[in-house]
Ligand binder design. Structure first.
Ligand code: C2O
Length: 511
């Protein structure tokens, strides 16, 4: 792991996490990118160096710190053409921001093009010396982080648009593909009688995964950096961008147990489909043989439903406790414009508009004095007033229900209360104690109408998008421009190295 102050070198190297060598985009040569271990209240100062030289992939880059609110530091949010221009090869950019009071499980990844699929993705954990769960659960160890990712053998630029398949699933950067070599799988070591807080991070580009551990329950206590009351389950479905902490009680006979990670409904198949021991890692008790478990693939039971989760503190959703009872209610129907029906290709729309990155980042437009109505891209920027409760609803159209769903929607700069979750009835709104998180699945049925609420307490342009990276690239995004009059006041001083990013990028891009 690495500390939150220092240097990150982004390089191209050939790696073979599942035994198949390919060139990738890597932080310090590693996949996943190294765990950044921070402590509550830290200031992050990461000087990112772009050393990329492989022209089969993007060579400019950004880094987004997923789930970090970036209060008064919107310029450090790392979203290409929303909060900055990409850093060009040979150059560096220092991300300098404070973590405030946030604690829990986060991650960081490129937010330029589909670059994170090529490797620029890794976990970020903010430890809390006064974590209430240490005592409540008598946790002996909280060092385990499990990252789950899809992996392809070709650079993203060379993947077919359809059908989308995935070559392998990696747990902590190790996995196997069908008919590939018997590479080493990740081993998580536990000691019988101890209790562990383990963190599960989906750094997926596309599939959702169902994760379970043979012989062990998981007691979920955190979702996306927000503490929740404990819920004990047998399996967790985790969507791209989501995180959970769970308590694992190492109370089983000493031995080896499979940790399974199978793609869930609607996800592209991990080619050519599940078969043990592909898509797995090993939970090994101290004292067990150093061999793989012999058990066949089991069936997940008692799957976590997010409606079971209730925040530990201040559980109520903001605003009046009824449907539409926020200060501002916005409907964001998702649709798709088909270019061809077979194979299905096309662009996504939100409120009938396909997002196309502007050439001047939205933040720079705001600082240049562009008025709210004229911000680019047209139809995709929603100005929001400060200190109001905003309710966003994502009614499912039949196209969206069919096209690559369930879609995981992520909002930057905030956590939100999910007042209606996917898979619930038309009147199942919860304002009393709904799950709070920053990525929510909006479901895959025309009856779904996932609704979220948050308060506009963070000035700046924040992107909201589907966290399936191919869908973001296909225009599945809007920008919420929060408290425009306050943006520049909140940001001063803007770091000097931010100012030069766009001129350098425009020049690089024109050569
Ligand atoms: Cu994990 Cu917009 O990002």
């Amino acid at each position: 792991f690495i500390p939150p102050v220092g240097n990150l070198s982004v390089v191209n190297e050939v790696i073979a996490p599942d035994g198949f060598p390919r060139s990738a985009v890597l932080v310090d040569g590693q996949f996943p990118a190294p765990l950044i271990k921070a402590t509550k209240g830290d200031r992050v100062q990461m000087n990112v160096h772009d050393l990329l030289e492989d022209n089969t992939m993007e060579r400019a880059l950004t880094i987004h710190w997923h789930g970090i609110f970036q209060h008064k530091s919107n310029y450090a949010d790392g979203v290409a053409f929303v909060t900055q221009c990409p850093v060009i090869p040979g150059e560096s950019f220092e991300y300098d921001f404070s973590l405030g009071n946030q604690t829990g499980t986060f991650w960081y990844h490129s937010h330029f093009s589909e670059q994170y699929c090529d490797g620029l993705r890794g976990p970020l954990v903010i430890y809390d010396p006064d974590d209430p769960f240490k005592d409540m659960y008598d946790v002996d160890d909280e060092s385990t982080v499990l990252t789950i990712s899809d992996w392809n053998h070709n650079p993203t630029s060379q993947l077919p648009e359809f059908p989308l398949t995935v070559n392998s699933t990696l747990i902590n950067g190790k996995g196997r593909y069908v008919n590939g070599p018997e590479t080493n799988l990740t081993v998580i070591t536990v000691e019988k009688g101890k209790r562990y807080r383990m963190r599960l991070v989906s750094i997926s580009c596309d599939p959702n995964f169902i994760v379970w551990i043979d012989g062990h329950n998981m007691t979920v206590i955190e979702a996306d950096g927000e503490l929740h009351q404990p819920v004990t389950v047998g399996a967790i479905q985790i969507f791209a961008g989501q995180r959970y902490s769970f308590i694992l009680d190492a109370n089983q006979p000493i031995g080896n147990y499979w940790i399974w990670s199978q793609t869930g409904a609607g996800a592209p198949p991990v080619y050519p489909g599940p078969s043990a021991p592909i898509n797995s890692a090993i939970l090994r008790y101290i004292g067990a043989n150093e061999s793989e478990p012999t058990a066949n693939m089991s069936t997940p039971t008692n799957l976590l439903n997010e409606t079971q989760l209730h925040p530990l503190n201040n559980p109520a959703a903001p605003g009046e406790p009824h449907r539409g009872g926020a200060d501002k209610n916005i409907n964001l129907p998702i649709d798709i414009i088909r270019a061809t029906a077979v194979p299905p290709t096309g662009n996504f729309t939100i409120n009938n508009v396909t997002y196309e990155s502007p050439s001047v980042p939205v933040l720079l437009q705001i600082l240049n004095g562009v008025s709210a109505q004229k911000l680019l891209p047209p139809g995709s920027v929603y100005p929001l007033p400060p200190n109001k409760v905003i309710e966003l609803s994502f009614p499912m159209t039949s196209n969206a229900a069919g096209a690559g769903s369930p879609h995981p929607i992520h909002l930057h700069g905030h956590s939100f209360s999910v007042v209606r979750s996917a898979g619930t009835g038309p009147n199942d709104y919860n304002y009393k104690d709904p799950v709070r998180r920053d990525v929510v699945s909006i479901g895959n049925s025309v009856n779904d109408n996932v609704t979220i609420r948050f308060e506009t307490d963070n000035a700046g342009p924040w992107i909201l998008h589907c966290h399936i990276d191919y869908h973001l690239a296909a225009g599945f995004a809007v920008v919420l421009a929060e408290d425009l009059p306050q943006v520049s006041g909140d940001l001063s001083p803007i770091p000097l190295d931010w100012e030069g990013l766009c001129p350098a990028y425009y020049e690089f891009n024109s050569t």
